[in-house]
Design a binder for this molecule. Sequence first.
Ligand code: PMP
Length: 419
Amino acid sequence: MTIRNARHPFYEFCDEALEDIRKQGRYRTFTPLARQADRYPVYEEELPSVPEGREVVVWSSNDYLGMGVETEVCEAAIRAVREHGAGAGGTRNIAGTSPLHKALEAELASLHGKEAGLLFVSGYVSNQASLQTILTSMPGWICFSDRQNHASMIAGIKGARGSATVIYEHNDLADLEAKLAAAPADAPKLIAFESVYSMDGDISDIAGTCALARKYGAMTYIDEVHAVGLYGQEGGGVTQRDGVADQVDIIEGTLAKGFGVHGGYITASAQVVDYLRSAASGFIFTTSLPPSVVAAALASVKLVRAQNWRRAKMFERVDTFREKLRAAGVPFTLTPSHIVPVPVGDADRCKTISRRLLNDYGLYATPINYPTVAHGTERLRLTPGPFHTDDMMDEMVNALRVLLAEVPIPASGQAVIDK
Ligand code: PMP
């Protein structure tokens, strides 16, 4: 129990800030859901009134291919715990590098066709640490950052004191070019962007961005977090699908979404990786990933690379789900990716529909509200995967049809139905 120092102003600040967050409807509550490894995407919701738990079908998981419950992946983790123990025992530099870490880095480098790979404790840290370290390495860096880049990239870019940031409009190459052209020709430049943007489900023009990078002498850094495992003939992301991996200087990814496990990484030229290994604080001064996680991730990457049917199955399920939504007249945004946003257009309506999906139908879909997306574009973000059956889809489509008709847009609402 913390002895509360009532005189310190921070306690009062927390009370007031939390009250504000509540008033704005942004207070976060977590739904405790236990994943059932043998029944994915079925989870069990912990409820005081139902001691044995209640079945819930999850529609918002980022374990897009279900690799986190794949037997071979789980067995690799179990074997590694038996052989090597539960934790890594140190930072990478202090007895925390195992042959598994080296093998996974080599596997990721090969997946992306790069000379070297470097593991971080999460995708967030890989972005934050890499960008901050690069942008503080030489004087005069200018980072050109897509307006919708993820918080982890923004953290790294903002944390790079002494560098300049130019934000360009989302996926707008004309705006990027105008801004590159206006910058001093001799300044070191970096373009930081993503391939699949997870909230809107749109995909950037990587070849076009790289062509501008060449024209203006900029380096390129791409976040493929929502694409690795899913796109390209081996799951090497949109850079692989588009045949442009060699044009991008640094490819960043996660092991926690398409690969279903945990951890983040970058792949790049040997000297860039060697430099970040020696200079990135977020890489150096933290305990490395446990052997079980690394072994599971390695097993997952190998399977995902070799088994194209997993990607094909996921996209078939996405297409089937869209057809069912269309047939039932449920509005959704048709994206060029695997992400299916259902526009709801108001934060309260979005929360009500999400709550009723869970309470009335046992279906879990997270409401996506401001500040994650702009006011008026609130939505449910659905990610159908290989394990969503036709019956599960029919239930979700029916529940959405009923709830979207029953729960009105409040008079104050500002719905933008972005079909
Ligand atoms: N980049 C993007 C675009 C993301 O959406 C996320 C996580 N949601 C991350 C990076 C961070 O990855 P991780 O969850 O592995 O920390």
